[in-house]
Design a protein around this ligand. Structure first.
Ligand code: ADP
Length: 383
């Protein structure tokens, strides 16, 4: 298949920042793209060849969109699965495959998959709804504290809550959920695996994620993780194994916990470009976005090594501000060494909404971390 400067069309479900960053690379290779997103103001709109407005969870909309393209991918997991299955049956190449997506869309099914494939993960129990979980706690079968997770439609930590006392369950929705053992972890790590249909497979270096204590969102991603080489090797090997078990095509971001005694437990995976790989645009030989594209088109994969240490700072909407976004002090940080801001193009800010990120590259990772903190304290995303 000739992808370059041809009639070939890549369809992308979702028009957010991940799609927008993927479009830098489709532009670089002159590959035609169609994007479907429910919002008229989707960040992808300015960079794709054709934009379609529509509901990603609606069967007809996704099916009809898929019929227009040669290869279909997604930048968000909340898409209509039945439509993807039908499109695949009818010969459209869908990567990552609907089979993988089905295993991932529901956290209960995802956790069962890890157990079935002997992949280390925190202990958990599945519940049909909140009521049955409460009965289990009252029967002393589920012990406090634990981590409550709704199995579907949660993202960026909004479907996750630490339960220390039964009243912490008070305002939670009565939906399917899991109760997961609390892991006293030293570090949260992630490894992005890249695999093409021919079976070529590569991993990016292990990164370390530092979280905002309140919003449960990543604040800093640090590459390489400042951990023991043996632990890093173990994390990479586990991530590779997870990708092979899923028989995955495209990128698979594997999020993990490093426990106090250096055990690695898989938390969850995302079958797409991931926040933990944004640093790769500036710091790697081949960015995660370019490698996602290479993988789903069954092209040779690019080098996943880093050229330099990279740190990413998320730019989230500041608390107390909602409305037309203003990025304060961007000019200031642009004057600093190795600092590149990415502005996603969302017109409206609200508390904790991901509005952009900044990458800091430096030969010295400690210097990069210091600059990253200055960036964090200098930029404000307000209205
Ligand atoms: P999401 O899908 O919203 O990203 P995660 O399952 O990744 O949800 O959980 C969000 C965050 O909550 C994690 O990054 C971690 O900081 C914390 N967390 C999740 N599960 C556990 C656990 N079992 N023990 C301790 N902390 C956890």
């Amino acid at each position: 298949m000739n992808y370059f400067s041809s009639d070939f069309k890549l369809g992308i479900l979702g028009g957010g920042q991940l799609g927008k960053m993927l479009l830098f690379d489709t532009r670089k290779f002159d590959i035609q793209t169609y994007v479907l997103d429910p919002s008229d103001e989707a960040p992808c709109k300015i960079a794709c060849n054709q934009f379609f407005k529509g509901d990603l969870m609606d069967f007809e909309t996704v099916y009809n969109f898929g019929k227009k393209v040669d290869v279909l991918t997604f930048e968000i997991e909340l898409v209509n699965l039945e439509a993807l299955v039908k499109l695949e049956e009818e010969g459209v190449k869908v990567y990552p495959s609907p089979k993988t997506l089905k295993l991932i869309q529901n956290k209960g099914i995802q956790k069962d998959f890890y157990i079935q494939h002997a992949i280390p993960t925190a202990n958990y129990k599945r519940f049909e709804n909140l009521k049955s979980l409460i009965v289990d706690i009252l029967d002393s079968k589920t012990k406090l504290p634990f981590v409550w997770k709704c199995t579907e439609f949660g993202y960026d930590g909004n479907g996750v809550k630490v339960i220390r006392q039964i009243s912490d369950l008070d305002n939670l929705a009565n939906v399917e959920c899991i109760a997961e053992e609390m892991v006293p972890f030293k570090n949260e790590l992630a490894v992005i695996v890249c695999r093409n249909p021919s079976g070529e497979i590569k991993t990016y270096p292990v990164v370390e994620m530092e979280f905002h204590p309140e919003a449960n969102q990543v604040e800093y991603v640090i590459c390489p993780a400042r951990i023991d080489e043996k632990v890093a090797e173990k994390a990479r090997a586990i991530a590779l194994n997870v990708s092979k078990m899923f028989n995955h095509v495209g990128l698979l971001a594997v999020e993990m916990f490093q426990t106090e005694d250096d055990e690695i437990l898989v938390n969850e995976v995302a079958p797409r470009p991931h926040n933990s790989g944004h640093y790769s645009i500036e710091a790697s030989y081949t960015s995660q976005f370019e490698n996602h594209l290479r993988a789903i088109l069954n092209l040779p994969l690019g080098n996943t090594d880093s050229k330099v240490a990279g740190i990413m700072v998320n730019l989230s909407g500041e608390e107390g501000f909602s409305g037309d976004v203003v990025y304060q002090n961007i000019e200031k940080i642009l004057g600093w060494n190795g600092v590149t801001p990415h502005i996603y193009g969302k017109k409206q800010t609200r508390p904790f909404r991901k509005m952009g990120h900044v990458t800091i590259v430096n030969q010295d990772i400690n210097e990069a971390r210091r600059i990253a903190e200055d960036v964090k304290n200098t930029i404000r995303v307000i209205s």
